[in-house]
Design a protein around this ligand. Sequence first.
Ligand code: KG4
Ligand code: ZN
Length: 328
Amino acid sequence: MIILGIETSCDETAAALLEQTKKGIQILSNIVTSSASLQAKFGGIIPEQAAREQIKSIMPVIAEALAQAGIEPNQLDAIAVTFGPGLIGSLLVGVETAKTLAQIWHKPIIPVNHLLGHFYANWINPEQTPTFPCVGLLVSGGHTDLVLFDSHGKYKYLGGTRDDAAGECFDKCARLLGLPYPGGPEISKLALKGKDIYKLPRPMTDSKDLDFSFSGLKTAVANRVKGSEFNPVDLAASIEAAIVDVLVSKTLTAATGYGINQIIVAGGVAANEKLSEEIKKAFAGKVFIPPPQLCTDNAAMIASAAFFIKPIKDLFQLQANPNLALAY
Ligand code: KG4
Ligand code: ZN
């Protein structure tokens, strides 16, 4: 079975071809283009500009994905597309393109929730894939969520951020340090040479629930930057250590609380090496984290999720939903 995945929820335009065989799910091609460097000039994403870039890129990216895989449209079994959450202008480009191609090529269409899609990057691995039950930690630019998966499509929301997401905290702290967007990789690079000496807060690690809060950490960094002299390299290491500590602590609380011996991590922040190291060190069970290029937004994860989701009956029912939640 071969699926074309399309992802346009934010500033990445992505298309991928994945094949499911007895050996598992494999990537035939995986194309991602991004307007991030254009957005970086403004310190963040301008939705209108992101949408305009999506329109320019979508067809060339899909054509490239098909060409690299050596697949003709008539060999496709389905088209999978992200229908939310995200920026409405960006989402519309992917959804309407997918609907049009599905009509022309007479293919079924599979709508994929972007947040759920992130977790499915962990299923793109012919050697070993997660089994159920497992605890999922989603850490992206807009989300920090803990979920308990019972099976494909059956999951329970355990907790999430009450304010900023982990990636947003990385991005906002990076901006305070004068680093470009996206800030996560920049802080992480700087942190390699630094030490965690600034004693930044680890918000809500003592609370009984599975919620997160990162805005206080950002405020603490803002105060530190405004205050006396500081060493940016050590401050970057301190920011990274504080965010990673909170994520590891809450995820372990969730896993032990529910008696689960498998954790799956997903989303852009899952590309963070320190998070990967610390969570593997702290957890006695199995930890799945996708390779970095499958953590940040891509269409391979969307196609991967689609192998476990039924096609929509009437494609005209499919609408982009910018506010789609993880549990829907
Ligand atoms: O999942 P993603 O690509 O897009 C969303 O769906 O939001 O996540 C983007 C987020 C950004 O906040 C970015 O700074 C963060 O992921 N990120 C990282 C790293 N790579 C990307 N954060 C920390 N360390 C990284 N290596
Ligand atoms: Zn994402």
